[in-house]
Design a protein around this ligand. Structure first.
Ligand SMILES: Nc1ncnc2c1ncn2[C@@H]1O[C@H](COP(=O)(O)OP(=O)(O)OP(=O)(O)O)[C@@H](O)[C@H]1O
Ligand SMILES: [Mg+2]
Length: 331
């Protein structure tokens, strides 16, 4: 690799990011801790909005953003850099025209990796799912976060201690330790960051995200969120289905020109495909009860007719909705 170039992300608000009271409250707390210089860590189950929030928060700081995804294969050089590049110098000596003498000198050259780039230039580091990297790969962060010094190997050229730029900030995210592929992190590292535990968002935020991400009207988004929340309550310690399921159902409903209504077979099929998950183990005499439950909850949350004017009729013909709402047979 010659002259590897690292690209920082431009700090700009993310398209379609939904900012409700709950989101704003968490962001404000985290921004306050970062402004004093403390690293912030969003921890929570899958789909609780950690990565979106981390990127949104990072963009709001107005500095270039460096993004790292935790990886089990990482060694510390994947964070700080190594002698991965080479420097080639070539001397061409054709002083005597008939004799061409060339001499090449290949030397290893130190190349900064993402953590070093962020520390050197005062960027905002977003280290997503950092506990997927093995603890020893993350050891280098201990001195960065506490003494604000990055300890570089001696062969890095220049000073082997890099003073971390005063504008450097770090935001971490992680899934719970019981998740597959997640390492237990050293207490010393956790002790250096302020951890904000995220749970699923409140109902208004989930509805706003579902509507915003799909383009579906609010009433239909609300029905989908209610349905997903009912299914989420099945089983023990079950975090799925998440907001991702709400977004998937809503987007497919929109694309297929279906409606969040129990009498729409296309909508029912989409819900079953997305919500009948193998992770929810509710059985009766060895048979899974989930498809039955999904049907039952669709009737419960989406059984009422979609009323025009109450969040829109989702594109349904007005006459059909009016007939249904009076209970008349459309014929
Ligand atoms: N405030 C928000 N505005 C818009 N969309 C959001 C917001 N928060 C979360 N989402 C959407 O919800 C989904 C889940 O969010 P995200 O990926 O941030 O969760 P996560 O906690 O990082 O999940 P995982 O642990 O699986 O990585 C994504 O599709 C994301 O775009
Ligand atoms: Mg994530």
């Amino acid at each position: 690799m010659e002259g590897q170039v690292l690209t920082a992300l431009k700090p700009r608000p993310r398209d379609g990011f939904v900012n409700t009271g709950r989101v704003e409250e968490i962001t404000a707390r985290a921004r306050c801790y970062l402004s004093v210089g403390y690293p912030v860590h969003f921890s929570g189950a899958a789909g609780t909005g950690k990565t979106s929030l981390a990127l949104h928060l990072a963009a709001s700081l107005g500095r270039p953003v460096i993004l790292i995804h935790g990886d089990d294969e990482f060694g510390s050089s994947d964070l700080i850099g190594g002698n991965n590049g080479y420097h080639r110098s070539r001397i061409v000596d054709n002083f005597i025209h008939s004799v061409l003498k060339t001499e090449e000198d290949m030397r290893n050259q130190w190349v900064d990796n993402r953590l070093t780039t962020a520390c050197r230039n005062g960027m905002t580091l977003v280290y997503d799912e950092f506990t997927r990297s093995r603890p020893e790969a993350n050891n280098v962060l201990l001195a960065v976060l506490e003494e604000r010094v990055l300890d570089l190997p001696h062969d890095s050229g220049g000073n082997s201690y890099l003073q971390v730029h005063p504008d450097f900030r770090a935001i971490f995210t992680s899934n719970p330790e019981e998740y597959a592929g997640v390492h237990k992190t050293q207490d010393a590292l956790m002790d250096r960051m302020i951890t904000i535990h995220l749970d699923h968002y409140d109902m208004p935020t989930e509805v706003a995200i579902t509507a915003g991400r799909s383009g579906l009207d609010e009433e239909q988004a609300r029905r989908i969120v209610l349905l997903v929340r009912e299914i989420r309550r099945l089983g023990v310690r079950n975090y799925r289905p998440t907001i991702r399921a709400c977004i998937m159902i809503a987007r497919l409903t929109k694309v297929k020109e279906a409606h969040a209504a129990a009498d729409d077979p296309v909508f029912s099929q989409i819900c079953k495909d997305i919500l009948c998950m193998e992770t929810i183990k509710v059985t009766h005499e060895g048979q899974t009860l989930v498809p039955k439950k999904v049907d039952e909850y669709i009737r419960k949350t989406c059984g009422a007719p979609l009323v025009p004017g109450n969040g829109g009729n989702g594109g349904r013909p007005r006459e059909k909705v009016a007939l249904e709402s009076t209970g008349a047979d459309p014929g």
